[in-house]
Write a protein that binds this ligand. Structure first.
Ligand SMILES: [Zn+2]
Length: 474
């Protein structure tokens, strides 16, 4: 394979077509169904599917025999299914998603979730990096191989539209398409993170997550706080007390031992190494306010906290009026949206049930306490890396980044990887992504680092070619 030619082809395709496509894609507010329950009516999801479908179809003639279908199961978000025939008996699955996180506040002047802005190497806007580029990057890789006649295994590209809601539709598609997908020996996922933009980062684990709405109701309606305080227990205070069952308010440590696993020694060693490579970038990639410091100064502990330990985020609230209309009222109820990340090898469903029981049992003062479970995605821990993949990854990082590959667990969740890991225990995984320092997926000022998008596409091409070559060798 001519790597310089591969580089030229992929860079050119990104500049001429992929970046302009992503600019249009960012304009579409196709929020994941959990954040846009009327997504069918709004039609944004269909618009995003149409954009990707149109571009992908225009490329099929360069991939002989390739087919594309937008699969729509009744009452579910759509899925783009592309099959590219290849040589040999093996299958590669390339996965990505096209639904987006909601807007979030705090975008800088001139930027916005649905306003694409190109600044230097970066394309700002929601969903470019998470994970709109995946279908383009995956097809760019396959097109580059075909352009110079490099053989690869049969490839199946799956782009779902429900990932940011916990992929609750995806298992139905995987069952529906099981015969067509086959038995992949390599899974490529471009929805993950990178510790920096200087080398290839392979994701070795993902956390699972559970969460939902915790509501505490104490009154049928709000009353004068001067009249009631000291008599009626505050729903806010009860909520605080309930949260303390889960989390130590002083340290943020999750208390119940049921929510922990034993961390594999190899992962502790990898955490130590990535802490060494990254240094204080482990925490100063976050936009701390002046004077603020992280949970601990121990970098390895920080890496382990974000990759192998349970941690809680409160992501929304209800029952609280906005500040400008807050009167002196003892409010009838307070509700919080809880998002709990759980260790890679803990069952998300079991963790969710455990948390529900923990929060709902023995409600203080007999208050009405409900925890409505919303998501229960399990995490994922990479199987032992095959020597061929380890070598392919090392070479690809040197060739396209000019630096050695690095391995790290990610704190985020990609529910599909857990599903695939269980279904195909023999498959190897290439999980990587462009979500590096300050790229801020899910927050304001999300950007796609274009040079990294290009390099990751090149790495995929290279690894998919090696996957076939080592299989052909036997
Ligand atoms: Zn994503």
């Amino acid at each position: 394979m001519d790597t310089a030619r591969l580089n030229r082809f992929i860079s050119g395709l990104w500049d001429d077509e992929i970046v302009p496509q992503l600019v249009e894609y960012i304009r579409i507010p196709n929020k994941s169904p959990m954040f846009d329950p009327k997504w069918v009516e709004h039609g944004y999801m269909d618009a995003a599917v149409k954009l990707m479908e149109t571009w992908a179809r225009s490329k099929l003639s360069s991939l002989p025999g390739a087919t594309l279908e937008v699969v729509r199961l009744e009452g579910r978000t759509p899925l783009i299914y592309i099959e590219v025939p290849g040589s040999g008996d093996d299958t590669v699955v390339l996965y990505g998603h096209l639904d987006k996180q909601p807007e979030m506040t705090g975008w800088a002047e001139g930027l916005g979730p649905w306003t694409p802005v190109l600044k230097g190497d970066k394309l700002y806007g929601r969903g470019g990096a998470d994970d709109g580029y995946a279908i383009f990057g995956s097809l760019a890789a396959l097109l580059a191989l075909h352009e110079q006649g490099v053989p690869h295994a049969r490839c199946v590209v799956l782009i779902e539209a429900c990932e940011e809601s916990g992929s609750y539709d995806l298992p139905y598609y995987v069952d529906h398409l099981a015969d067509r997908i086959g038995n992949p020996s390599l899974v490529v996922c471009l929805d993950s993170g990178c510790g920096n933009y200087d080398q290839l980062w392979l994701t070795t684990s993902l956390r699972g997550m559970t969460g939902g709405e915790l509501t505490v109701q104490v009154l049928e309606e709000g009353v004068h706080s001067g009249d009631a305080s000291g008599v009626v227990p505050s729903s806010f205070r009860i909520l605080r007390e309930l949260l303390s069952r889960l989390e130590d308010p002083q340290t943020g440590t999750i208390e119940p031992k049921e929510l922990y696993v034993d961390i594999p020694p190899q992962r502790i060693e990898q955490a130590r190494k990535s802490a060494e490579v990254l240094g204080t970038a482990v925490y100063d990639k976050f936009p701390f306010v002046e004077g603020m410091h992280p949970v601990t100064e121990d970098l390895t502990e920080l890496v382990l906290n974000r990759t192998w330990r349970p941690q809680l985020a409160v992501t929304g609230a209800d029952g609280l009026p906005p500040l400008e209309s807050a009167g002196n009222v003892l409010r009838p109820k307070t509700a919080l949206k809880l998002s709990l990340r759980v260790p890679p090898t803990l069952s998300g469903a079991k963790a969710g049930q455990f948390v529900k029981q923990l929060l709902e049992k023995d409600p203080p003062y007999g208050a009405k306490v409900t925890f409505k479970l919303e998501k229960d995605g399990s995490g994922w821990n990479a199987p032992q890396l095959s020597p061929w993949l380890e070598e392919a990854v090392a070479n690809a990082s040197q060739t396209y980044f000019g630096a050695p590959a690095a391995y790290m667990g990610e704190g985020g969740s990609i529910p599909f990887m857990g599903m695939l890991g269980e279904k195909f225990p023999k498959a190897q995984f290439l999980i990587t992504g462009v979500l590096g320092p300050h790229s801020n997926a899910h927050g304001p000022n999300e950007f796609l680092h274009i040079p990294t998008g290009k390099k990751v596409s090149m790495v995929v091409a290279d690894v998919v070619a090696h996957h076939y070559a080592q299989g052909a060798k036997g």
